[in-house]
Design a protein around this ligand. Structure first.
Ligand SMILES: [Zn+2]
Length: 262
């Protein structure tokens, strides 16, 4: 009986070799070299005095408590893993104290997401426009079933109970904190079909934080000022803080935005 054989690539050519023969292909070599170089980089970093020092500082900042469950802190974790975001490996905002149990859970979730999300292609769309121009309506019309919608005004409303487009500056800080963490997390993820960012004005930080990783679309709901004012008047929603929003809006630059009229 002939020995079973397998098809493999040697020097770029397909050849049949005995099934138990181990061939080092060109691909393996390149892969192994890249892996070794990367591993050396990680090992060096995790053994560095810089990291030891940073870890101690984060432990103290987090009062030796796990930031998820409040039990005793056992390790310092990168919120976005350093293999996905090497730049932010020493950024305080990207570090948190965790207990072992919470860390295991987080790692497991990351693994599942990474493997499930491998075939996804996520689009990020920033939707700007005057108050009452129809930003939310536009997103409702175009969203698909697994989307993330960040809507500044609706967050402000649900966190304060204030009427729409009113602003509480202390709550604003919290929403921005969430926004920055969200952008940081989106860097390494393909979790959603679409991410919609709804806000009145453009925000350069979105582009600087995301553009190396994702394609970002810009949409401006192009409805004239008078129409928006009439709509707000009809709904008895026009107030003095909105007037300053209208004025501020005119100073913004929308050159890289695609204008749509809804
Ligand atoms: Zn914990």
């Amino acid at each position: 009986m002939t020995k079973p054989s397998k098809l493999t690539f040697v020097g770029g050519k397909p050849v049949l070799v005995p099934y138990d023969q181990v061939e080092r292909t060109d691909n393996d070599q390149a892969y192994n070299q890249a892996r070794d170089a990367n591993q050396t980089k990680y090992i060096k970093f995790y053994h560095s005095a810089l990291w030891a020092h940073k870890r101690e500082a984060i432990k103290q900042r987090d009062l030796e408590l796990c930031q998820r469950c409040g039990m005793e802190l056992e390790l310092v974790d990168h919120i976005v893993p350093s293999k996905d975001d090497w730049e932010d490996r020493l950024n305080d905002d990207n570090l948190q104290g965790l207990c072992n149990a919470c860390h295991r859970l987080k790692t497991k979730r990351e693994w599942i997401k990474h493997h499930k999300g491998a075939n996804r292609y996520m689009t990020i769309t920033v939707v700007c426009g005057l108050p009452s121009s129809g930003k939310t309506t536009y997103v409702r019309k175009h969203q698909t079933k697994h989307d993330l919608i960040y809507d500044y005004d609706s967050l402000m409303q649900s966190l304060t109970g204030l009427p729409s487009h009113s602003k509480n500056f202390d709550v604003h800080d919290y929403i921005i904190l969430f926004f920055e963490q969200m952008l940081r997390k989106l860097k390494s993820e393909q979790t959603f079909d679409n991410v919609w960012i709804i806000q009145t004005y453009p925000d350069e930080r979105i582009d600087s934080l995301l553009s190396p990783y994702h394609h970002v679309n810009h949409i401006l709901i192009d409805v004239d000022k008078q129409t928006c004012i009439d709509r707000l008047n009809n709904d008895k929603r026009l107030n003095s803080s909105l007037i300053s929003v209208f004025n501020e809006f005119e100073t913004k630059n929308f050159t890289n935005f695609k204008r749509v009229t809804e």
